[in-house]
Write a protein that binds this ligand. Structure first.
Ligand code: FAD
Length: 583
């Protein structure tokens, strides 16, 4: 079936919905395609908060937020983008409030704010020192749920078209201009062609390359890999965030909000070990540092119960605080661990959480192809699948929800401008048979006789990535992971699936997703192997120092016939020269 619509948004998380809303408000015909029902998007699981320098509890300024973001990202952040993030965070929060989002409030009725790792202000007693600042707005520990529901309601109100359970499988590009997408309708298995003037990918992250992750089953990097196969590079893939407090062995997230409210991290000897690693901010240091500290404690034999975990301790917070501010995550502890957080210590370990890298874009979410910032006309990306880059080498907690909304909105606004400009030029013609490549890929998988099983390949890839491309990395491990991934890619070509039916063929769709995950795992490992320094979330044991002389640059990984080719792109520095990163 063929559809023609001015603006297409792929993904119904926070980034996609905000963009769709802006387009619709500007009178542009827009459709949102989502492989899941929109309110099941991962944005709905975000717990702790969304930050903006409102200064509701004490003095705060967007410049301080910008500085924290840049320092938190270990100076790999593009500073012009960080300025936009910090400034527009403030208007974004007020817009959400006006849409009716039920934020927690202070007793006198202002939006309440909580601490979060790496968000600071100068100490009034000693301005050279920085202390935590209340910057994160929140709705208990269900902030993302409230954002997603609010935006979805607004989209319905503004008559946005939704194609739910439409799984996008390809991007249509003709003569350097993006002209639409190919999607399969999950219910029927029918292929649909969407012809558009402008396309936004807002397809979320790809934590499913790892075995221990906080990410939903659906986070398989579709958008990033589909664009990559159409010539768009993947940017900064070696920077993946490991969140310090995942439920041991399950990876389910226990939000940093627990530590914001005063929870401790303790080792097997009962010590608050963060005092040694980040004497000023302790448990509120950035995530990359805490995850490394946890691994170091475990390696030094100070794990909890002599095992490979440490503890989150919330016992002293008391029932009232837990019930009011951390209800959901404490339920997770009861349900998934059979422990009572009021009386028991909670075993935790770092869990793969957030992709700093993704599809390269400019500050209006336009996809760019190289260090000269050549655009792929009509193609946009926003949210976790994009790399603007506001998070650099390590994202601060609560900065993603801001990122998806600020840049989702900017995408919607610029797409509306672009669609209006195209009115003079006419629609980009489609190539002769835009579905052919997709149909070919589906036929190969459905008819595959090689006997390889997608589940086995996926499991092996995830284990390899967690073991060899995790919190700490080294040359030998990365080389071995590279060889394993290339072997798994060969096995992938010999895949067979059992389900040959058309409708609801999840075997087939998971096999497609596995193909994308393998591309993503490959560029992650190759980027990590090439980058011989330690910066933010990328910690090389053989190169423990940051090396600005050689590596203050972004990585761009290209898909070519001869395999992955790496190029580099300079970092935009406007205000803050790189300094040593101490907390
Ligand atoms: C457990 C958890 C807690 C978090 N807590 C916080 C927090 O407190 N604060 C914070 O700032 N950040 C938090 N984050 C990070 C943040 O929630 C995410 O980075 C952000 O929500 C991503 O939003 P998004 O709009 O980019 O994508 P998502 O919300 O992930 O949505 C992706 C959308 O793309 C669609 N899609 C994907 N592939 C296809 C395809 N091929 N075809 C069609 N549709 C497709 C999906 O259906 C979905 O609608 C958390 C993340 C997790 C996992």
């Amino acid at each position: 079936m063929i559809h023609t619509i001015d603006a297409l948004v792929v993904g119904a998380g926070g980034a996609g919905l905000y963009a769709a809303l802006e387009l619709s408000k500007r009178g542009v015909p827009v459709a949102v395609l989502s492989k899941m029902y929109p309110t099941r998007s991962h944005t709905g699981t975000a717990q702790g908060g969304i930050c903006a320098a409102l200064g509701n509890l004490e003095e705060d300024h967007w410049e301080w937020h910008m500085f924290d973001t840049i320092k938190g990202g270990d100076y790999l952040v593009d500073q012009d983008a960080a300025e936009i993030l910090a400034r527009e965070a403030i208007t974004t929060i007020y817009e959400l409030e006006h849409m009716g989002l039920p934020f927690n409030r202070t007793p006198d009725g202002r939006l309440d704010q909580r601490f979060f790792g790496g968000h600071t202000r100068p100490d009034p007693q000693d301005p050279a020192k920085r202390i935590p600042v209340h910057r994160a707005c929140y709705a208990a520990d269900r902030t993302g749920h409230m954002i997603l529901q609010t935006l979805y309601q607004q989209c319905i109100k503004h008559a946005v078209n939704f194609y739910n359970e439409f799984h996008v499988l390809d991007l249509i590009v003709k003569d350097g201009v993006c002209a639409g997408v190919v999607a399969v309708e999950v219910r029927t298995g029918e292929l649909h062609r969407f012809h558009a003037k402008a396309v936004l990918f807002a397809t979320g992250g790809f934590g499913k390359i790892f075995s221990v992750t906080s990410n939903a089953h659906s986070l398989t990097g579709d958008g990033v890999a589909i664009a990559y196969r159409r010539g768009v590079p993947m940017m900064d893939m070696e920077f993946f965030q490991f969140h310090p407090t995942g439920i041991y062995q399950k990876g389910i997230l226990l939000s940093e909000a627990a530590r914001s409210e005063g929870a401790y991290l303790v080792n097997g000897k009962g010590e608050r070990f963060m005092e040694r690693y980040a004497p000023q901010l302790k448990e509120l240091a950035p995530r990359d540092m805490i995850s490394r500290s946890i691994v170091q404690e475990i390696r030094a034999g100070r794990g909890g119960d002599g095992k490979d975990y440490v503890f989150l301790d919330v016992r002293h917070l008391g029932k009232a605080v837990i019930d009011a501010k951390l209800p959901d995550i404490m339920d997770f502890v009861r349900v998934y661990m059979s422990r009572d957080p009021l009386t028991d210590l909670i075993p935790i370990e770092p869990t793969a959480h957030y992709a700093m890298g993704g599809i390269p874009t400019d500050n209006d979410a336009r996809v760019i192809l190289d260090s000269q910032r050549t655009p792929l006309h009509g193609f946009y990306a926003a949210g976790e699948c994009a790399c603007v880059s506001v998070h650099g080498a390590n994202r601060l907690g609560t900065n993603s929800l801001v990122d998806i909304l600020v840049f989702g909105r900017r995408a919607g606004i610029d797409m509306a401008r672009y669609c209006a400009d195209r009115d003079g030029v006419g629609w980009t013609e489609l190539p002769a048979h835009p579905e052919d490549d997709t149909r070919g890929a589906i036929t190969r998988i459905v008819n595959g006789q090689g006997g390889e099983n997608a589940g086995n390949i996926r499991k092996q890839m995830q284990t390899e990535m967690t073991q060899k491309c995790g919190v700490f990395r080294g040359k030998d491990d990365l080389r071995s992971a590279r060889d394993t991934i290339s072997e798994l890619k060969e096995r992938y070509d010999r895949l067979s699936i059992q389900d040959k039916s058309k409708g609801f063929n999840t075997d087939l769709l998971e096999a497609m997703e596995l193909g994308w995950l393998l591309d993503i795992a490959e560029t992650t490992v190759l980027g990590a192997l090439a980058r011989e320094e330690s910066r933010g979330g990328h910690a090389r044991e053989d190169f423990p120092k940051r090396d600005d002389a050689h590596w203050l640059k972004h990585t761009l990984a290209y898909h070519t016939e001869d395999g992955v080719v790496l190029q580099y792109k300079p970092v935009t520095i406007t205000t803050y020269e790189p300094q040593e990163r101490k907390y």
